[in-house]
Design a protein around this ligand. Structure first.
Ligand code: CTP
Length: 400
């Protein structure tokens, strides 16, 4: 997003207020955004709001221009990296499908050579109307045109159904995807994330504080690169729908089954889940307080990574994580060799520093012949960096 130029076109739907959040997401990510809109959109959000949040005057008419030396509707559709129409009304979809250019937004859309992302928003009957269905189909078949599906739920008119504007983070995510250059190889990634839960009885379990953010960040970035991603995750608080298949499992044994099923087909395995090494025998009844101490017998869970060694193709790439309280490099190197990994991502943990549930992480990357220490960074950023490195390693391994 950093330094990218986006035209954000707002049309006349009540969800125009959600485009304010979208604009903020774009700006926070470092994009330059020119807001344009239909006259009708001004009934919902005023000029001043757009101007204050985008840092430049918004444009609503064909004769308004930020730069008199340029023709605005050409510049705004051709000299940008992406045009996002959010919310996109049924009327604007119809105009774009037919090539009508009778206001600034529709004229920009007709002139656009940059990719266009529509985020539709309307009443369910309008969304399901054969005319809208046909217009969406016509637009989606054109190269460079993309859609973020509208969501189901309560609508402004008081009814419930399909037609709600997708949430701003979902639109942002799709914009990020479109702005990321795709790699020529389309690898199949199998990524694990989060903690497993090992139940003691129906209400209590042993687990750890992993939020799943690291694995999810790698999965998101792999998807943006054009990968075919499957995520296997333990139960996590963030259940925002992802644009790729997600299998939620509970215990280490369930995670092992899910991974073993999928791993023979994958080109890249990234085991970032914090898997429990031991599990109690689950009692069917809730354990009662008996007034004294209790002891638990724990049996070993399967080592999932080790179990995948005979199941994977020899040219597939294997990546693991190592959480260590001491001798980080020595222990991680040992794990890399024992678990036959191409790369191990090592991080220190302690009582004071638990990167498992945190937003940031500081890791060292260890391969057979190199070691690279990375600075502390947000896990979202680290996920992107790791996905690119892992993709490149997989491409090199395959070409050997
Ligand atoms: N892992 C696994 N199955 C397990 C335990 C761990 O596949 N039962 C994977 C993790 O996802 C990680 C790597 O093995 O990619 C190393 O995990 P870690 O917890 O650091 O090490 P362990 O192998 O569990 O060894 P130890 O706890 O003794 O350090």
């Amino acid at each position: 997003m950093q330094g990218k130029h986006i035209t954000l076109a707002v049309t006349g739907a009540i969800a125009a207020y959600k485009a304010i959040h979208l604009l903020r997401l774009f700006r926070e990510a470092g994009a330059e955004v020119q807001v344009i809109g239909t006259e009708h959109s001004l009934h919902f959000v005023g000029r001043e709001t757009w101007e204050a949040l985008s840092g430049r005057p918004p444009l609503f008419g064909l004769w308004e221009t930020p730069d008199p030396s340029k023709i605005p509707h050409i510049m705004l559709g051709q000299e940008v990296d992406l045009v996002v129409v959010a919310p996109a009304t049924a009327n604007m979809l119809a105009k774009a499908a037919c090539g009508i250019a009778d206001d600034l937004v529709s004229t920009v859309l007709l002139a656009a050579t940059a990719p266009v992302l529509f985020a539709p928003c309307m009443n369910t009957a309008m969304w399901e109307h054969p005319a809208t269905r046909r217009n969406v189909e016509t637009l989606a078949a054109r190269p460079g045109i993309h859609f973020v599906q509208c969501a189901e739920g309560k609508l402004a008119c008081g009814t419930e159904g399909k037609g709600r504007l997708a949430e701003p983070p979902t639109i942002f995510e799709m914009a990020e995807f479109l702005l990321t250059p795709k790699r020529p190889e389309r690898f199949r990634w199998l990524i694990t994330a989060g903690a497993t839960r090992e139940y003691i009885d129906p209400v209590r379990f042993l687990s750890n504080g992993s939020s799943g953010l690291m694995g999810r960040s790698i999965a998101d970035a792999a998807w943006r690169l054009g990968g075919e991603v499957t995520l296997v995750t333990g139960p996590v608080a963030d259940t925002t729908p992802r644009p790729y298949p997600v299998h939620t499992v509970t215990s280490a044994a369930e995670m092992a089954t899910a991974v073993n099923e999928q791993v023979p087909l994958c080109d890249i395995l990234v085991m970032s889940a914090a898997v429990a090494d031991h599990a109690p025998v689950k009692s069917v009844a809730k354990q009662k307080k008996a007034g004294g101490d209790i002891s638990l017998t724990l049996h070993s869970t399967p080592d999932i990574l080790t179990g995948t060694i005979p199941l994977m193709r020899p040219d597939a790439l294997r990546v693991g994580f190592a959480a260590e309280t001491e001798d980080l490099i020595k222990n991680a190197r040992g794990k890399r060799e024992r678990k036959k990994l191409d790369l191990i991502v090592a991080n220190l943990v302690s009582m004071e520093l638990d990167p498992l549930g945190s937003q940031t992480n500081r890791v060292t990357l260890i391969t057979a012949d190199a070691q690279e220490e990375l600075p502390l960074m947000p896990k979202r950023e680290l996920g992107t960096l790791l996905a690119v490195k892992i993709h490149d390693m997989a491409a090199r391994k395959r070409s050997r």
